[in-house]
Ligand binder design. Structure first.
Ligand code: FEO
Ligand code: CA
Ligand code: CA
Ligand code: CA
Length: 661
């Protein structure tokens, strides 16, 4: 997050947001210390190098890999691996094309102005593709594989990369000038989401349909409704909205999901940075906001819009931090913030239909020492009646996970009146439990995790994969978070009882501890079949494809000085090859990899390249701060008149065919 002061905002990465009440600069130093400790070159030159491999790969993983070899059971993935590294461009496996489909500023409607980085306006931005694409979902139209709606989140804005003439360099650090209202309003229009029709042309290449009847931009100003148990509650009422049901905009939409009934769900994640001002003394929300780090004043929006200033609208932050559902088949529909699914720093909302027809959503709360959740709808999904499913998300049970040392786990219901969730503890109703989900989960003694990101269920196996990205602040290991100073993250597999996604008990296993397996102190546990290009760090988003294979995208490799950018890795989870990882696609310098979205027919993989050129100090090709006038990469246009542009990329196999098959 960025620190603010009277005259300037210093930029750092929003994704590296600290926990509530902590100092962002201290964290950055911790990252550097860890990077230095785990410097690959340093270790390999040392005496430890020869012993490294046997010391770090778990005996089980080695046995599994050897067994795979003996039985001839290889990886489920077949593609030539990309070489890991860092440069200004993106790279995909040989035999595949990675085509730019949508760039920040691209026109989405017949009347959209063409992108002009020197003359941006809020009105133009609201008709163009937004900034920092994160989640990508594909909703086929008329059951066709070659025509559908692409649903894309625009998580946040990097002003130093977006706007000309606002950066000065002081002590080798980027200082961004104060925002005026026009800049703030462009930022607000660049947030939110895009729904846009795309089609394959005669050459099998995806094209944007600019006059698609369902095309839509959702921004931080779009009118929305609060629905479910907390809607209308006094704690959700504001000066501007005395009903507690009508809210404008959605912010920091990280990952998300496409529901079985074909709606688009957007997860509101790091909401704290958008609020400024001071709560009135002794305000009843003080403890609630402190648990979320509100206000953090990263953005200047509150200077021009009262709802982002807690001194003027003290209840407004309670209207953010929800899961937002959008009916993509009606471009005029009012998006709904579904309060039944809890309020926290929602990373994503991937879902699966359980045996009895109820729908289960897996939800991560991305903060150090926060929790893993799931939501089970009260009613069953009706595959024959779309309309009957449209309010399924207003009723159900929210659970939080406790991971026990013996490899079992329990899903604890966040239901008012059960256990400590009573009036004595400040929960007068289910609305209070949902508004303060984190505090309720604290009281249930859920397991504090190493930053839960995307959680991806595998419908065929009754299992779900939890991306735990890192937690450099962990000082005490536990079974489910087994490394202190966990700089590189790990992936947990949840095995629901009897493969039933609605189960309240299950087992869990660690699929892989991430990082460089050749460095003993890292403690990584990839299989020995994993090559030097194949290991990764900081898992963030994930996808399970229609063959049940897991793909993992990362956020933070470059921050941890791993000598590689982020990318998309294929990770075996089944049979003897379990724990084997291969690099399929990598992003340009400074970017993170988001939104991995394979189409059902597996002929296309959509990926989102977020915040390219945000960084580059550590890369020899740049070696200094990167900002609008001095970018570490001008991907994807490589045109001096164009800034770097976050973009969605469509990956297809040359000559057609299934990916990785
Ligand atoms: Fe927006 Fe948790 O990554
Ligand atoms: Ca991310
Ligand atoms: Ca996902
Ligand atoms: Ca992340």
């Amino acid at each position: 997050m960025r620190e603010s002061n009277e005259s300037a905002f210093r930029t750092t990465r929003l994704e590296e947001a600290d926990g509530p009440g902590t100092n962002p600069t201290a964290n950055r130093r911790m990252g550097e210390i860890i990077a230095a400790r785990f410097s690959r070159r340093g270790f390999l030159q040392g005496a430890m190098a020869t012993a490294a491999i046997t010391a770090t790969v778990s005996p089980l993983a080695m046995m599994a890999a050897n067994e795979a070899h003996a039985q001839g059971q290889g990886s489920a993935f077949d593609f030539p691996e990309v070489k890991a590294g860092v440069d200004a461009d993106h790279h995909v496996a040989d035999g595949y094309d990675a085509d730019i489909l949508l760039r920040w500023g691209d026109a989405l409607f017949p009347d959209s102005p063409e992108f002009d980085p020197d003359r941006q306006t809020p009105e133009a931005q609201a008709r163009q593709f937004g900034y920092n694409n994160d989640f990508v979902g594909f909703h086929p139209l008329d059951g066709a594989d070659d025509r559908g709606l692409l649903c894309v989140n625009h998580e946040y804005t990097n002003e130093h990369l977006m706007f000309p003439g606002i950066v000065t360099i002081t002590d080798n650090e980027i200082v961004v000038a104060d925002a005026d209202q026009t800049r703030v309003d462009i930022e607000m229009a660049a947030h939110g989401g895009t729904v846009v029709e795309i089609r394959k042309d005669g050459n099998g290449k995806w094209k944007v349909v600019r006059d698609g009847a369902l095309n839509r931009r959702i921004t931080s100003n779009t009118e929305m409704m609060l629905t479910g148990p907390a809607a209308g509650h006094a704690r959700l009422q504001t000066v501007a909205d005395t009903t507690g049901r009508k809210v404008f905009g959605t912010i920091n939409n990280c990952a998300g999901g496409i529901t079985p009934w074909g709606t688009y769900v957007m997860a509101e994640e790091n909401i704290h940075g958008y609020f400024m001002g001071e709560l009135p003394a002794d305000h009843p929300e003080a403890q609630n906001y402190e648990r979320l780090g509100i206000p953090e004043s990263t953005y200047a929006w509150g200077r021009f819009h009262d709802r982002f200033d807690v001194s003027k609208e003290p209840n407004e932050p309670n209207r953010f931090g929800w899961i937002v559902e959008v009916d993509v088949m009606d471009p005029n529909s009012v998006p709904k913030k579904r309060t039944a699914m809890g309020r926290f720093k929602h990373e994503g909302a991937e879902s699966v239909v359980a045996e009895d027809g109820r729908v289960v959503f897996y939800l991560g709360d991305d903060e150090r020492f926060d929790y893993v959740y799931k939501f089970v709808t009260a009613k069953a999904f009706d595959p024959d009646n779309r309309a009957a499913n449209m309010d399924l998300l207003d009723e159900g049970t929210l659970y939080v996970a406790r991971f026990d040392e013996d490899g079992t786990m329990e899903w604890l219901p966040l239901t008012h009146g059960t256990g400590p969730l009573t009036a004595e503890n400040g929960f007068e109703s289910q609305a209070d439990v949902l508004i303060e989900t984190r505090r309720a989960a604290d009281l249930l003694e859920a397991t504090p995790m190493d930053r839960p990101e995307d959680i991806q269920p595998n419908p065929d196996t009754g299992r779900a994969y939890v991306m735990l990205t890192n937690n450099s602040r962990r000082t005490e290991a536990d079974a489910a978070n087994p490394r202190v100073e966990n700089a590189f993250g790990h992936i947990i597999e949840i095995i629901e009882d009897a493969g039933n996604f609605t189960a309240t008990n299950g087992r869990w296993e660690i699929v892989v501890q991430c990082g460089d397996p050749s460095v003993a102190d890292v403690g990584a546990t990839f299989s020995t079949e994993t090559t030097d290009d194949g290991w990764f760090a900081c898992p963030d988003n994930a996808a399970v494809d229609s063959e049940g294979r897991l793909w993992v995208s990362t956020d933070g490799n470059s921050m941890k000085s791993t000598g590689r950018t982020d990318g998309l890795w294929a990770l075996d989870t089944e049979g003897a090859a379990r724990g084997t990882s291969k690099l399929f696609y990598r992003v340009p310098v400074g970017a993170e990899m988001c939104g991995p979205c394979p189409t059902a027919d597996l002929t296309t993989f959509f990926v989102a390249v977020q915040h390219p050129a945000d960084g580059g100090e550590d890369w020899e090709g740049h070696g200094r701060p990167s900002y609008y006038e001095d970018l570490s990469t001008r991907w994807p246009d490589f045109d001096d008149a164009m800034p770097v542009r976050p973009s969605v990329v469509a990956i297809t196999r040359q000559g057609g065919g299934r990916i990785g098959a």
